[in-house]
Design a protein around this ligand. Structure first.
Ligand code: ADP
Ligand code: MG
Length: 291
């Protein structure tokens, strides 16, 4: 026999909610928030702890000097309660410091568009042609392969693909994400609060560019829990993925099989198989144009 029947349990929860709500009302900020949102008591009672959390995050923001000291649940953001169509919901909004970062990123990525690409280097032509075709044919609803673009340092891999993705974002409202892969791994590892949010973005954004894959040795975790999971989901969902690398796909396979043991080899092979299914392999070897 359960200790409490379902009905008794319901009653107990209601009493607990009422109690927490009453306690929360000792805080005048809480009371005025409930008032501003025009919440019925019943509604506010159900969301007491979430509302309190929103107040706490707001307060933490007020005392904060920069992203480095962010105490909120998702770094650089605060939970904000909002009412839409009579319903209360909570959203993550970038804080004042995070907004500056986003503006800065926006400026950077706005810089390169397809029209900015100069075509004087004939060795880039094959890639540029491929990109033109892709741009014309891309359809969010269709399964479309990206590129595994590998080749020499400074040959324009990141530059060209960024131009393509920015163009799709600006002209066709496609959601894109360009991630410098070694940094992405670091930030996923260090900032655990945003892990779920970022992974979700990497898995589901319309077009993902994993830039400079294989530039650093990954850990087992980075390979299996991050890269493997992202690629598997993107395959399942039919999402387009691009890669740039200084390594050929065979070299990447070696880079990913961290040790010589057979389990590692199988796991590296599996990742490479996914990349092959997601992309067309192209090489771009050219002069190093980096200053
Ligand atoms: P990679 O990613 O292959 O190492 P990058 O994409 O960083 O090389 O290219 C190096 C630099 O070369 C870029 O910052 C860019 O200024 C320049 N560049 C390469 N290709 C072009 C191009 N087609 N038009 C204009 N600039 C280019
Ligand atoms: Mg690059």
């Amino acid at each position: 026999m359960p200790l409490l029947t379902e009905m008794e349990l319901g009653k107990k929860n209601a009493i607990d909610l009422e109690k927490s709500f009453k306690e929360a009302c000792d805080d005048s900020d809480f009371v005025s928030l409930v008032k501003t949102l025009k919440l019925e008591k019943k509604e506010a009672m159900k969301k007491t702890s979430k509302l309190q959390n929103a107040l706490l995050e707001k307060k933490q923001c007020a005392d904060c000097k920069g992203l480095f000291m962010c105490k909120n649940s998702y770094s650089g953001h605060l939970v904000v309660p909002n009412k839409k169509y009579g319903k209360l919901y909570f959203t993550y909004m970038p804080c004042r410091y995070q907004k500056k970062v986003l503006e800065h990123e926006e400026e950077d990525s706005l810089k390169i568009r397809m029209k900015d690409i100069d075509t004087k280097d004939k060795r880039q032509l094959e890639v540029i042609k491929w990109m033109d075709t892709f741009y014309e044919n891309y359809d969010v609803l269709k399964r479309t392969k990206g590129l595994y673009l590998h080749g020499s340092f400074g040959s324009g891999k990141t530059y060209l693909l960024s131009a393509l993705l920015n163009e799709l974002q600006e002209s066709k409202k496609v959601s894109i994400e360009i991630v410098y892969f070694p940094d992405a791994l670091r930030s996923l590892k260090e900032d655990f609060d945003s892990f779920g949010y970022k992974m979700h973005r990497f898995m589901y954004v319309d077009i993902l560019l994993l830039d400079d894959i294989g530039a650093e040795k990954v850990t087992e975790w980075g390979r299996d829990e991050v890269l493997g999971v992202i690629l598997q989901t993107r395959m399942d969902k039919g999402k387009t993925t691009f890669f740039t690398s200084n390594l050929t796909i065979q070299e990447l396979e070696q880079n990913l099989s961290l040790t010589k043991n057979s389990v590692d080899k199988v796991k590296a092979r599996r990742i490479v198989e996914r990349i092959k299914q997601l992309t067309t392999d192209l090489e771009l070897v050219s002069e190093n144009r980096r200053k």
